[in-house]
Design a protein. Structure first.
Length: 238
């Protein structure tokens, strides 16, 4: 299980690159395999599309059970909205007796935070707004609790072509507990050539350009913007 970070070469770890180099088979979502094409020459590739995670994971485990060294890649970190959990569950449930190593990667929240400044300097939480695997009511309950707890919140999968209203509802929940002037940072296509970075506020974020490739970070009551950078102070004495 290999995390390849946001997708560009500079944000891949040496351990991830070495794990792929040592593998005979590389499996992953076809876009992620394009991101690491410089590492996969001459290797067997198992590529599939969105919503085919189970099939992709099973194929990777099958090849590993046949004796191949397999790198199953995830963007970001494989244990953060990635494939690590599925691989471990499937291996146990279906009797794949293969050793599984988890190679961490830079998650979208951390990549986005670095582009924005230092918004995650204090306690924070990550929430995916995709309700494909988690009921929307559960997501709303979690958002409400996090908003009341004054945690910085990083939103994954904030909007897609089909999920138009989810971000609207999430922002409405946050506005019950936070002022409209709360800083919000948006990073789209992190680390890619068309990367976009925007700073806005909780009151204006719904007017911003947010899509499936965006990560949205909503500040807490102490977050602020200084010289174009978003910061959540930790409380150090200056």
């Amino acid at each position: 299980m290999v995390g390849i970070g946001p997708g560009n070469r500079l944000d891949r770890t040496r351990r991830a690159e070495q794990a792929i180099a040592d593998s005979q088979v590389v499996a992953g979502y076809h876009l992620y395999l394009e991101h690491i094409a410089d590492l996969t020459g001459g290797k067997e590739r198992i590529a599939s599309g969105m919503m085919q995670e189970t099939e992709r994971c099973r194929a990777a485990l099958q090849r590993a059970s046949e004796g191949a060294v397999v790198a199953l890649v995830s963007s970001g970190d494989p244990g953060v909205y990635g494939m690590a959990g599925l691989a471990l569950e499937m291996a146990a449930a279906e009797g794949f007796g293969v050793p599984i190593e988890i190679v961490p990667g830079i998650s979208a929240a951390n990549s986005a935070a670095a582009r924005l400044g230092a918004p995650l300097m204090l306690d924070y939480a990550c929430v995916s707004l995709s309700d494909l695997l988690v009921p929307w009511e559960t997501i709303c309950d979690r958002l409400s609790a996090l908003a009341a707890a004054d945690l910085v919140v990083a939103l994954y999968n904030p909007r897609s072509k089909k999920r138009i209203r989810h971000l609207d509802e999430a922002v409405a929940i946050m506005r019950r507990h936070r002022s409209d002037s709360t800083p919000v940072g948006i990073v789209t296509a992190i680390g890619e050539t068309d990367e976009q970075i925007a700073l806005t506020t909780l009151g204006q974020v719904l007017q911003a350009d947010v899509g499936m490739r965006s990560t949205v970070i909503i500040g807490n009551s102490t977050s602020l913007c200084l010289n174009g950078r978003m910061i959540t102070p930790r409380g150090y004495r200056l």
